[in-house]
Design a protein around this ligand. Structure first.
Ligand code: ZN
Ligand code: ZN
Length: 362
């Protein structure tokens, strides 16, 4: 193996990332080296480029990925060389209060870590990796609890999607909102996560899955994911939704944008006693305003879904099984297959709200 590897490096927010050669970090005790085979371009990566999330620099971007274990350190028991694995950017420590109380997705050891130092540039400058991974690279060195072995029959491309967007979207439907057969669902924002919500809601037996986006161009993707209705977002959205839900509003609304305006739209699209699940990650200075009377009299539930409220170690094998058995179809999510060098253009596409997932094939 060579002493170098390629990664997509960002030097500061607001600049354009570029592919650079980096020194290969050693694999320490309890760590594994994964040859990345596919990595999805996720909105959180864009948030690091545009400054919404503030990691340390220089930074290897990327966190939604799957690959093959090529080296294991001492004491590693979870994975062996040759295993196909999905990467987890928020591995549960299994020791903190949240892990001990069955909420590993809120693990206080790994939550809120935007980047970790791991490796050096060819000039000897310490390098940081996004969300502990830095998966826009041909390899990643990570702790063993950040990899979950999956069947080798599962395509690397689909496996990569499970790692962030699909787990987030499907988990919001299954674990957080617990959508029941026959219920009506509105999904606002049809990126990779929103389309995963659509697919999972349909798989859960929702009778109506009303997909909403600002772009008419998302209609075909929404229908391929299983939407029964498609609506272009407008000021008349709640009226439109009521018209399609016997005048009541939907049982569930999923907000997959992360903006106050769309959280309010999701709130108004939901029936009395319905549930609004916020899946999109917004900014700290975007305030949501609801009247005290409305909160009381609407009897709605407003909650967020962090990383699909999922125990990654249980949910990833389950999702892999759902895909392999045909219960969950994800092929329509991949709208572009690209190289590391193409990622900046994929960010441009994402900024304009076009496509679903751009997937980097390594
Ligand atoms: Zn992500
Ligand atoms: Zn923990």
């Amino acid at each position: 193996m060579t002493a170098y590897f390629d990664g997509l490096v960002l030097h500061s927010s607001g600049t354009r990332p570029a592919v650079a050669e980096l020194h290969r970090p050693e694999v320490g005790p309890g760590q594994v080296r994964v040859k990345v085979r596919a990595a999805g371009v996720c909105h959180s990566d864009l948030s690091m480029v545009n400054g919404t999330i503030r990691p340390s620099f220089p930074l290897v971007l990327g966190h939604e990925a799957a690959g093959e274990v090529v080296e294991v350190g001492e004491h590693v028991t979870r994975a062996a060389v040759g295993d196909h694995v999905v990467l987890n950017w928020q591995p549960a420590c299994r020791n903190c209060w949240f892990c001990a109380n069955d909420q590993p997705w809120l693990c206080s050891t790994s939550s809120g870590v935007a980047s970790l130092e791991n490796g050096v540039t060819l000039d000897g400058v310490p390098v940081h990796v996004a969300l502990g991974l830095g998966a826009f690279a041909d390899q990643v060195v990570a702790p063993e609890n950040a990899v979950i072995p999956v069947p080798s029959a599962l395509d690397f491309e689909v496996a990569a999607l499970l790692s962030c967007g699909v787990l987030t979207g499907a988990g919001a439907v299954r674990n957080t909102a617990q959508v029941q057969p026959g219920q009506s669902v509105v999904v606002i924002g049809l990126g990779g996560v929103g389309l995963s919500v659509v697919a999972a809601a349909r798989a859960a037996g929702a009778s109506d899955v009303i997909a909403v986006d600002v772009s008419e161009a998302k209609k075909g993707l929404a229908e391929a994911a299983g939407a029964t209705d498609f609506v272009v977002s407008s000021d008349a959205l709640s009226k439109e939704i009521r018209g399609r839900t016997s005048g009541r509003g939907a049982d569930h609304a999923f907000e997959c944008v992360g903006r106050a305006a769309t959280i309010r739209a999701a709130w108004r699209a939901t029936r009395r006693g319905g549930q609004v699940t916020v899946v999109g990650m917004g900014s700290n200075d975007d305030q949501v305003s609801l009247s005290a009377l409305d909160i009381f009299s609407s009897a709605r539930i407003l909650r967020s879904s962090v990383y699909g409220s999922a125990d990654f170690d249980i949910e990833i094998p389950r999702l892999a099984d759902d895909v392999l058995s045909g219960r969950l179809s994800l092929d329509h999510l991949i709208t572009d297959r690209i190289t590391l060098a193409d990622i900046p253009e994929a960010f441009d596409l994402m900024s304009r709200g076009e496509g679903a997932r751009s997937l980097v094939i390594l």
